[in-house]
Design a protein around this ligand. Structure first.
Ligand code: C2E
Ligand code: CA
Ligand code: CA
Ligand code: CA
Length: 278
């Protein structure tokens, strides 16, 4: 019984399954969580590889459930996607980011990168363009450089991906291909679509120095990115050795606990002040 239970949870997807067993009505709880202000956003700094100075942030959604405490985004995002809640949830994210941005913008340099994770389901929806335009209208004008981080699932699912990407570029939004190196990483997408950033998945970064097999693959990806004129962000950088290896190979930006964990707005502003003064 224990074994079949474990198998079941593996099949259904660990985190999602957990959420479903703890809660009778998780959909209702997400909508309630939005209404009751249980979500907030944390911002993880990215640094420029050459000088280690802050370059921008990635916005990461957080849910503090009244009885369960912190529920990780990997658990509720996939659930929200499955239950058609990802659009209201992302609209809520837009609101929270705009509110934080107005508070922080006086203390963050103009041109600070503001990266958001977007679901392919939202990109393909009829409301996407209006939602994005509403968000930009809500943001402090001319202060942040926007980047939407998307995964390969978007290209697999959406035939009109090229058209959507062109529209984003027309609206001054840059595109990052996220989690590169996981899933069915099709190199062909890199040439087919006009990405601005390639984010190298944490799994790759963690294998640096430990797995001899991975480094040549990563080498090849970095070479290709350079040829295609893509900026590269290595995610999940935790050690100085990893950072040195990546900088040596020409990675342009780094992100990870070595530099900073995701931070609440007031702490992000402090981080920026310290790092820019250093
Ligand atoms: P992601 O887009 O790959 O985000 C990076 C994740 O790596 C974050 O986890 C971040 O906290 C974590 N991380 C950063 N540096 C390190 C490090 O040095 N070591 C380790 N071990 N981890 C590090 P988080 O915040 O739990 O988010 C997980 C995923 O949930 C994200 O992966 C993203 O796919 C999704 N997500 C988060 N916020 C949103 C959102 O607002 N919308 C959507 N659609 N997805 C979101
Ligand atoms: Ca991301
Ligand atoms: Ca990622
Ligand atoms: Ca990820």
């Amino acid at each position: 019984i224990v074994l079949s239970g474990m198998l079941f949870s593996l099949l259904v997807g660990g985190a999602c399954w957990l959420l479903l067993t703890i809660h009778q009505h998780p959909s209702k709880e997400i909508m309630q969580g939005i209404k009751r202000g249980q979500f907030h956003v944390e911002y993880q700094p990215l640094v420029t590889a050459q000088d280690g100075k802050p370059y921008g942030v990635e916005a990461l959604l957080r849910w503090t459930h009244p009885s369960e405490g912190m529920i990780p985004p990997d658990a509720f995002i996939s659930y929200a996607e499955a239950q058609n809640l990802i659009i209201p949830l992302t609209r809520h994210l837009f609101k929270l980011v705009a509110r934080d941005a107005h508070e922080m913008c006086h203390q963050l340099p103009r041109g600070t990168r503001m990266g958001l994770n977007l679901s392919p389901l939202h990109l393909a929806s009829d409301s996407f363009r209006r939602d994005v335009q509403d968000w930009i209208a809500d943001m402090p004008p001319n202060h942040f450089n926007y980047v939407f981080e998307i995964t390969e699932r978007t290209m697999v699912k959406e035939k009109n991906a090229g058209e959507i990407f062109a529209w984003l570029h027309d609206n001054d939004i840059k595109i990052a291909i996220d989690d590169f190196g996981t899933g069915h990483s099709a190199l062909i997408y890199l040439e087919k679509y006009p990405f601005d950033y390639l984010k190298i998945d944490r799994g790759f970064v963690q294998s640096i120095g430990t797995e001899t097999v991975t480094s040549p693959v990563l080498d090849a990806v970095l070479l290709l990115a350079r040829k295609l004129n893509l900026k590269t962000v290595a995610e999940g950088v935790e050690t100085g050795d990893q950072a040195a290896w990546l900088v040596n190979r020409g990675v342009t930006h780094l992100q990870g606990y070595l530099f900073s964990r995701p931070l609440k707005p007031e702490n992000l502003v402090n981080y920026y002040q310290q790092q820019l003064a250093a």
